[in-house]
Design a protein around this ligand. Structure first.
Ligand code: ASP
Length: 419
């Protein structure tokens, strides 16, 4: 979806009013008002139990729901959902196979809250342990602390019986190597001049679009040389050009009204070692208050930390907002932090999950999706397992960061897992 400058200026004022920020500040493109009426929320006749989670939890939610129905604990049910992607080597956003940091080391983050006992646990920057969701819970259950990080968290996990294992799958290692070589014009990573595939730098005079087409093709060739499967090569190039985020959050409510929430991630691909996003931060990546509800987040971690998103949502519900209003308000705080500056906001995205104690829920996102026809979705189970489209705050689609030209369409064919 595109916007004219006139639409932008007009909606700046309307949007600013809607967001409660000074009308002199630019607010981004038209609020997606029609879609805010609630197709991705259920607030009228809520049911219990309910599980809501990120889209990548779909395959694991049916079994977790059955466990919940049979009287299982809400946090254990949440862990049964998020453990699926943690164990899946092909999900490169979480647990085993997660894309590594800039040094090629996988570092995982997670936090959880158990409503019935009003406890919390968290781990950040954990290496060599796959199921950090369970390590976070172990911090909650077996220590007097709430959060452990880095080496201490790993040692604690081993003491608790979690196996140490190499989390870097061959595929993730090769993507990291491709990224390393791509960003390496001043060191010795990548093939040298003696290599038959070595290319001299392109002349400055070449048009930008051609330059990028060449680079993408060279990267694809290099992906092939590194042994990345043909059908995954362009997806690997995409991850190199636009380092992805990815996470799973899950909020759970049982029929007695007990609630828990959990979030787990490998965080931002190729991050600085030691970087923790929002996912291990109680109040940002996840927050549950047994009296009110549970909320969580996936997306731009740095932005979410600054608005304490999950806590903000639960507090908003405490003060009477519906789950959808509560979560939209948190998104508007992110928009406000940039004074509605579209040139910046278009490069970030954020999804919030909100579940109220009566079973009402909502899932909202900053933008409609990554591209037309690819809306953000989430998973819900309230007796029926389904995917629902997330409700956007803003009309339009987020852009990849850094702002390189798009991958040409003709190169996209036969590729899978391109977002
Ligand atoms: N929020 C996660 C982080 O910043 C990433 C994501 O959700 O995609 O680490």
């Amino acid at each position: 979806m595109t916007f004219s400058r006139r639409d932008f200026v007009k909606s700046s004022v309307l949007g600013a009013v809607a967001a409660g920020v000074g009308a002199h500040t630019a607010f981004p493109d038209a609020l997606a008002e029609d879609s805010q009426q609630g197709h991705a929320s259920k607030e009228d006749s809520p049911k219990r139990p309910v599980i809501i989670c990120a889209h990548n939890g779909y395959a694991y939610t049916e079994a977790a729901y059955a466990f919940l129905k049979s009287g299982g604990d809400t946090l254990e049910a949440g862990i049964r959902v998020v453990k699926g992607p943690e164990d899946d080597p092909n999900d490169d956003s979480v647990g085993l196979g997660g894309l590594p940091n800039e040094e090629g080391v996988v570092e995982l983050d997670s936090c959880c809250m158990h409503g019935p006992t009003r406890r919390a646990g968290s781990v950040g920057g954990v290496r060599n342990i796959k199921n950090v969701s369970m390590v976070g819970r172990a911090v909650m259950e077996h220590t007097g602390h709430v959060m452990l990080v880095g080496e201490g968290a790993e040692k604690f996990a081993v003491a608790m019986g979690f196996p140490r294992e190499n989390l870097l799958t061959e595929r993730s290692r090769k993507i990291w190597l491709l990224w390393k070589e791509f960003n390496s014009d001043r060191d010795w990573w990548g093939p040298g001049m003696a290599d038959p595939h070595w290319h001299p730098p392109a002349p400055d005079s070449k048009p930008q679009a051609d330059l990028w087409r060449d680079r993408i093709q060279q990267l694809q060739q290099r992906a092939a040389d590194l042994g990345i499967e043909p059908e995954f090569q362009l997806a690997a190039v995409h991850r190199v050009l636009f380092p992805p985020t990815g996470t799973i959050h899950c909020s759970v409510l049982n029929d007695k009204g007990e609630m828990s929430g959990i979030t787990t991630t490998s965080g931002l691909a190729f991050k600085l070692p030691g970087r923790c996003g929002d996912s291990p931060i109680i109040g940002a990546g996840c927050y549950t208050d047994q009296d009110i509800g549970s909320a969580g987040a996936t997306g731009a971690g740095e932005e979410n930390i600054k608005v304490a998103g999950a806590h903000t949502i639960v507090e908003n519900m405490r003060h009477g907002m519906s789950p959808q209003e509560a979560a939209m308000d948190a998104l508007k705080r992110i928009v406000r932090n940039y004074n509605g500056d579209m040139t910046k906001l278009r490069y970030m995205d954020m999804t919030y999950y909100a579940l109220r104690k009566d079973g009402a829920y909502a899932c909202v996102c900053l933008w409609e999706g990554y591209s037309p026809g690819n809306p953000h979705k989430f998973t819900v189970h309230d007796g029926t397992l389904r995917s629902e489209v997330t409700t956007p705050l803003l009309k339009g689609y987020s852009q990849d960061w850094p702002p390189f030209p798009p991958i040409p369409d003709e190169l996209k064919k036969d590729s899978y897992y391109l977002k």
